[in-house]
Each structure stands twice: as structure tokens, then as C-alpha cells.
Design a protein around this ligand. Structure first.
Ligand SMILES: C[S@@+](CC[C@H](N)C(=O)[O-])C[C@H]1O[C@@H](n2cnc3c(N)ncnc32)[C@H](O)[C@@H]1O
Length: 286
């Protein structure tokens, strides 16, 4: 019986195009992921109270980028389920904070799990920045929650001085729409700092494995939530949206001799190796 099943499996394996199967599986996965609301539960990765502080300080120290929060009206985009850098911004002197994520589920913020996380997070913030914040930002006028898509924010024109995001910009389906919306909500002199992760998001040793192997327009087949834009494309989009100063400040650049880069599909190669090797860093726009 088992032998019979094994031989049927062997026949199937030999007669089916594995690549085709993989592409179908990716398409199914993409459909499921887009219909599944990531705001419906808290995962362990969201509940580390030190992670966001450590990440922010590390980004600043390694890149030399200093974000000034003092008296700023801040907008954080795609901040995840648990208020992202809101407490950190408050500790660093921000005046107001709009916390956005299209999957934001406010009821999660009031769960016991989240409350324990906030209490511990604020304790660390207070230790690190020598402050005495309470964890009650939610009832404070400081915080405003926004669960719209970043392309369609409800906030007023010119009402924000500083936009920040971490690992968000690589996800929106309509990247130009996001920048056009930011052009609308940013006050004159406003600045944006987006920390972007250009990897394949698959956790592979070579961070671009599979990604550069497929034509650029098929990037969704590799990782359903990525838009696949590289540094030069972001800077060009920022210009198109009307921002006249933008730059990339790298945090980590991989070797151009990575096999994924050397063997990249032509559609990626035309961006240039320098661009393909950028693994993560700040897109800074003013
Ligand atoms: C990789 S997570 C990053 C979360 C958090 N910033 C962090 O560093 O842990 C990307 C987040 O962006 C949100 N997102 C993706 N596209 C979005 C859009 N168009 N508008 C608003 N949020 C979006 C997702 O819901 C998700 O929570």
C-alpha cells in the first residue's frame, strides 16, 4: 500500500512542473494573506518591549542619521499592531503623534497582553531616556490612531512635520500614491525618514535569493507583500511626487558578488549593482 502510494508520488513529481506548482502556491498564499487581517492577533514578535527602542537607536548610531522629534507633529506609517515608536517619540519631545497602520485593530491595544507589553516598554523608555512617562498615551491627546491605507489618510493638509516608518515602504501596492499623500499632509519644511528593508523577507542567507531570479514584475510570486522597488526608484518617485530633496543613507550594503546579484534577471540588472546590493537603510526626503 505504502509502496504504491510512494510510486504514485514519484510519478506525480516527475510529471508535474515544480516551478509551476510553486507559482500556483504563491498565488494562493497571496490571496490568503491579503484577505487575512494581520491585525486580528498579537504575535510573539510584536511583544518584545526592548526591540523597537534598540532598533531605533541602532539605526541612528550606525547610519549617523539623527531624527529630531522636539515639538514635532509626527506621523508613523505602517507601525504594526502596538503603537510602534510612539512612546519613544514622546520621550524625545514630540508634540503630537498619528500612529497609522492599515491593519490596526484598536481592541488589541486594550488586551492584557498588550498592557503588559506597554508597561514594560515604557519602563525601558523611561530608563533609557531618563523620563517619567506613564503608559497611558492612549487617553492622552498626544496620540491619534489611524487605520487607513497610507495612500488615503484622513488627516488634514499640512498637519504633520515629521513622517517616520520602519519596514513599511517596501509593502504598499501604490507607492506613488503614498508619496502624493505625504506631499499633501506634510507641512512646509517637513521631513520623512523611512527605514526600508530591500531583502526578499524570506530569511534566507542570501537576502535577495529568489527575488532577483524572477522578472521584476513577478516579485509578488516570491513574496506576496513586497512591491520590489529599489533605492533609485524610490528617489525618482519622491521627485515625481514633488519632493525636491531625497537621499538614501545605507545601514547595510551587501557584496555585489552575491550570486543572486551576479545572476539577476535583466529587469533588475538595469538598475545597477549598487542599487541591487543595498540591503536596508533610510530613505530621507524633504
Ligand atoms: C513589516 S510590517 C512593519 C511593522 C512595524 N513597522 C515594525 O517594524 O515591526 C509592515 C506594516 O505595514 C502595514 N502596511 C502595509 N501596507 C500599508 C499601507 N498601504 N498603508 C498602511 N499600512 C500598511 C502592514 O499592515 C504592516 O503592519
Amino acid at each position: 500500500m505504502i509502496a504504491k502510494a510512494m510510486s504514485i508520488l514519484d510519478i506525480a513529481r516527475n510529471s508535474i512542473d515544480v516551478n509551476l506548482l510553486e507559482r500556483i502556491a504563491c498565488k494562493v498564499r497571496r490571496r490568503i494573506e491579503w484577505s487575512y487581517n494581520p491585525g486580528s492577533r498579537l504575535e510573539q514578535k510584536h511583544l518584545d518591549p526592548a526591540k523597537l527602542i534598540d532598533r531605533f537607536e541602532r539605526y541612528q548610531k550606525i547610519t549617523g542619521v539623527e531624527i529630531n522629534f522636539e515639538d514635532k507633529r509626527v506621523l508613523e506609517l505602517g507601525g504594526g499592531p502596538l503603537l510602534g515608536w510612539a512612546y519613544l517619540a514622546k520621550a524625545r519631545g514630540a508634540a503630537h503623534y498619528v500612529f497609522n497602520d492599515m491593519a490596526l485593530n484598536e481592541s488589541l491595544i486594550h488586551t492584557d497582553k498588550a498592557k503588559r507589553y506597554f508597561a514594560e516598554h515604557v519602563k525601558l523608555i523611561n530608563q533609557y531616556y531618563k523620563k517619567t512617562l506613564s503608559s497611558d498615551l492612549i487617553v492622552d491627546n498626544f496620540l491619534e490612531l489611524s487605520n487607513e491605507k497610507a495612500e488615503e489618510l484622513k488627516i488634514k493638509n499640512a498637519s504633520v512635520d515629521l513622517v517616520i516608518s520602519n519596514s513599511f515602504l517596501e509593502h504598499p501596492n501604490d507607492p506613488l500614491g503614498v508619496f502624493e499623500e505625504l506631499k499633501r499632509v506634510l507641512a512646509p519644511g517637513g521631513v520623512q525618514y523611512h527605514f526600508v528593508d530591500f531583502s526578499n523577507h524570506l530569511g534566507t542567507f542570501d537576502p535577495f535569493e529568489k527575488l532577483y531570479a524572477v522578472p521584476k514584475e513577478n516579485v509578488h510570486d516570491v513574496e506576496p507583500t513586497l512591491n520590489g522597488l529599489r533605492v533609485s526608484e524610490w528617489l525618482a518617485l519622491a521627485e515625481k511626487a514633488g519632493f525636491n530633496q531625497s537621499k538614501f543613507v545605507p545601514y547595510l550594503v551587501e557584496s555585489e558578488s552575491l550570486s543572486s546579484i551576479v545572476n539577476a534577471d535583466e529587469s533588475w540588472k538595469k538598475l545597477g549593482n549598487n542599487d541591487l546590493a543595498s540591503r536596508c537603510g533610510w530613505i530621507v526626503i524633504s
